[in-house]
Design a protein around this ligand. Structure first.
Ligand code: HEC
Ligand code: HEC
Ligand code: HEC
Length: 125
C-alpha cells in the first residue's frame, strides 16, 4: 500500500468515527428522542429523574400492589422524603400529560402499556 491510500483509509475511518452518533440513529431508524412536555412550575419528580427513567414501570407495579394487596394509600419518596397519594391518575397524571409525555416516549421506545384499557386519562383524550 502506498502512502496516498493509507491517508485516504485513515480519513475514511476518522469520518466514520466522527459521524457515528448521526448514522447510528439513522440505522436504528429511531431518530432523535422526542421532545417531552414537562409539567409547568414543577422541578422534580417523585424520585430522581434517572431513577424515574429506569424504574417508573416498577414503581407503578409496586404502587398497584401496595394499594390493592396491602391497602396502603401513600408513598414516601426515598430521595426527597415527600409523600404522594398512590394513584396513577391523581398523582402521575396530575403533573404529567399522558399524550404529551407518557405516550410520546412510549411510541418512541415502541412500548404499549395496556393500563389504559381500565385506567382513564384525567386530562381527557
Ligand atoms: C383490567 C383492568 C386494569 C388494567 C388493565 C390495569 N389496572 Fe391498575 N387497577 C385496576 C383496578 C380495578 C384498580 C383498583 C382501583 C382501586 O381500588 O381504587 C387498579 C389500581 C391500580 C393502581 C393503584 C391505584 C390507582 O388508581 O392508581 C395503580 C398504580 C395501577 N393500578 C397501575 C396500573 C398499571 C401501571 C397498569 C398497566 C401496566 C394497570 N394498572 C392496568 C384495574 C386495572
Ligand atoms: C409533582 C409533579 C410530578 C409527579 C406527581 C410525577 N412527576 Fe414525573 N416528573 C416530574 C418532573 C418535574 C420531571 C422532570 C424532572 C427533572 O427534569 O429532573 C419528571 C420526570 C419524569 C420522568 C423522566 C422523564 C425524562 O426526562 O426522560 C418519568 C419517566 C416520569 N417523570 C414518570 C412519572 C410517573 C410514572 C409518575 C407517577 C408514578 C410521575 N412521574 C409523577 C413531575 C412529576
Ligand atoms: C423517557 C421515556 C418514558 C416516559 C416519559 C414514560 N415512559 Fe413508561 N416506559 C418507557 C420504556 C422505555 C418502557 C419499557 C421498559 C421495559 O420494557 O423495560 C416503559 C414502560 C412502561 C410501563 C410498563 C409497560 C409494560 O408493558 O411492561 C408502564 C406501566 C409505563 N411505562 C407507564 C408510564 C407512564 C404512566 C408514564 C407517564 C406518566 C410513562 N410511562 C412515561 C419509557 C418512558
Amino acid at each position: 500500500m502506498n502512502d496516498k491510500w493509507k491517508i485516504i483509509l485513515g480519513l475514511v475511518v476518522f469520518l466514520a468515527a466522527v459521524t457515528f452518533p448521526v448514522w447510528r440513529g439513522a440505522i436504528a431508524g429511531a431518530g432523535e428522542p422526542p421532545e417531552l412536555q414537562l409539567p409547568e412550575g414543577k422541578t422534580k419528580c417523585i424520585e430522581s429523574k434517572e431513577f424515574m427513567i429506569d424504574n417508573h414501570m416498577n414503581m407503578l407495579d409496586e404502587w398497584r400492589n401496595m394499594l390493592v394487596r396491602e391497602d396502603i394509600h401513600e408513598y414516601t419518596s426515598k430521595e426527597y422524603g415527600d409523600t404522594y397519594e398512590i394513584s396513577l391518575n391523581k398523582t402521575c397524571l396530575n403533573c404529567h400529560k399522558k399524550t404529551e409525555f407518557c405516550d410520546k416516549c412510549h411510541a418512541y421506545a415502541d412500548v404499549e402499556p395496556y393500563c389504559w384499557d381500565c385506567h382513564y386519562d384525567p386530562k381527557g383524550d
